[in-house]
Ligand binder design. Structure first.
Ligand code: SF4
Length: 449
């Protein structure tokens, strides 16, 4: 359970020595509770207190790491039931299901698509996170070969799937060094599968037959000192899966029920043969807390909308998405190219830069630090006003890159043009269009004159 600042303060030395670079122990405790400081920054915390704090400060839903290197995938670590209470932490990971019974070319095509396809949106790269590899042959040696082949083609995190412990041992021998997520421990194999996961220090899915049996299995797995668990309620229909996801999340957060304090995995690809319905199911489960969603199709028609949904849900509502404040080259601008300026709200940047690109008029786009706010909001908050814009222009070096002094500002802040004229006496301030859709025509007319 997350501790309050006051709870943490009670465990600190209370000497207010300031060595943590915060004036008082109370202020340090508050920063610690807010995730803005680390316990190690106080050199006087005893080992016992460290253990107590680490345990007590652990999130109610554990964080589980799968895979390794640049494509390591994190799930769990969630703190709240509703995003507006704080934020959701680790975005749902989309997984693609393949099997050792697939024809070679089909398997290769799916693995390549899942690995290579990614989509840039609002400055973030959206992509599949895992490959779920099912053993349908029942042959451990064949399964191991397929896993090795996939690992040679893809650096995505792997989830070998078999409830046969001998088959899973072969899988672990083949790709165990890649920190795969083992699927799955069940009531029938928990002792042996749990022992394998513990011996190899690998994350493990615990699969129940409904939430009640899942709770029992998870508790038993915890009793085996397994900490990196992912929960599959074993349900394979919309109503049961949705109820299970909600029950598990509420159990972990509201009732502090530790066996449910782990991320979840669901399988829309096993709930229907209708690909469109599968996509709809995945969308519903993403909205209701699923940590990992396994689907059958890596193609953009299914993945992209789901990835956008994940991006929207897991964006921190208290932290506007922003791009770096600087001048961006849109196309290949030269000394005669237009100079435009706007705010650093990501959506503003991507819409404006997209419209400039579409105009085919190479331009300089200046992005002013407005704390991630859009044009009108930033202006109203005093973050996109003449003195700030002028300071940005004067320190950006743009005057050395162009041989004219014409600066285009967004039409929505036409009212600042006079004052900006005074702040930037060498520049002619031009009021651009209010709507981004009109930028293209505006720029083409501008260069035609
Ligand atoms: S270093 Fe430790 S004891 Fe000193 S003020 Fe910070 S929290 Fe308190």
């Amino acid at each position: 359970m997350a501790l309050s600042g006051l709870d943490i303060f009670k465990l600190l030395p209370k000497t207010n020595c300031g060595e943590c670079k915060v004036p008082t122990c109370l202020a340090f405790a508050m920063k610690l509770a807010g995730g803005q400081a680390k316990l190690e920054e106080c050199p006087y915390v005893s080992d016992e207190t460290k253990d107590a704090l680490a345990d007590a400060a652990a999130p109610p839903i554990a964080e589980v790491l799968v895979g390794q290197g640049a494509k390591e995938f994190k799930t769990g670590a969630e703190l709240v039931l509703f995003r507006h209470e704080k934020r959701f932490v680790n975005p749902t990971g989309m997984a693609i299901m393949v099997s050792d019974a697939m024809a070679d070319d089909e398997l290769t095509a799916k693995v390549e698509a899942a690995t290579k396809d990614s989509w840039e949106r609002v400055g973030q790269q959206l992509e599949v996170k895992l490959l779920a590899v099912k053993c349908e042959s029942g042959d451990g040696a064949k399964f191991a070969e397929v896993l090795k082949k996939i690992a040679g083609m893809s650096d995505l995190a792997l989830m070998p799937m078999s409830e046969d412990v001998d088959v899973m041992k072969a899988a672990v021998d083949a790709v165990g060094d890649k920190n795969p997520l083992l699927y799955a421990a069940t009531a029938a194999n928990l002792d042996a599968m749990g022992a394998l996961a513990k011996e190899k220090n690998l994350p493990l899915v615990v699969k129940g037959d409904g939430v009640d049996s899942l709770a029992e299995l998870s508790e038993k797995a915890m009793g085996m000192e397994l900490k990196n668990l992912v929960l599959d309620p074993g349900t394979r229909d919309l109503k049961s899966t949705l109820e299970a996801l909600i029950a598990i999340r509420r159990g972990a957060l509201n009732s502090k029920f530790k066996p449910f304090g782990f991320p979840t995995i669901v399988f829309p690809c096993e709930e229907t043969d209708d690909a469109y319905f599968e996509g709809a199911l995945a969308g519903i489960y993403i909205a209701k807390y699923a940590g990992i969603v396994v689907t059958s199709d890596p193609d953009a028609w299914m993945q992209y909308p789901l990835q956008v949904e994940i991006q929207n849900i897991y964006t921190d509502p208290q932290k506007p998405m922003a791009v770096d404040a600087k001048f961006y080259e849109i196309g290949s601008p030269g000394p005669d190219s237009p100079v435009l300026v706007t705010t650093n709200f990501s959506l503003t940047y991507f819409i404006v830069s997209g419209e400039i690109e579409a105009s085919k008029v190479d331009s300089w786009l200046g992005i002013v630090d407005s704390e991630g706010q859009s044009v009108l909001t930033a202006w109203a908050a005093g973050k996109f006003v003449p003195d700030i814009i002028a300071k940005f222009i004067n320190t950006s070096g743009i005057a050395d890159k162009v041989n004219h002094r014409k600066l285009v500002i967004p039409g929505y802040v036409a009212q600042i043009s006079g004052e900006l004229d005074e702040e930037l006496p060498e520049w002619e301030i031009l009021v651009g269009p209010r709507e981004a859709a009109d930028i293209s025509t505006y720029l083409r007319n501008m260069v035609a004159q």
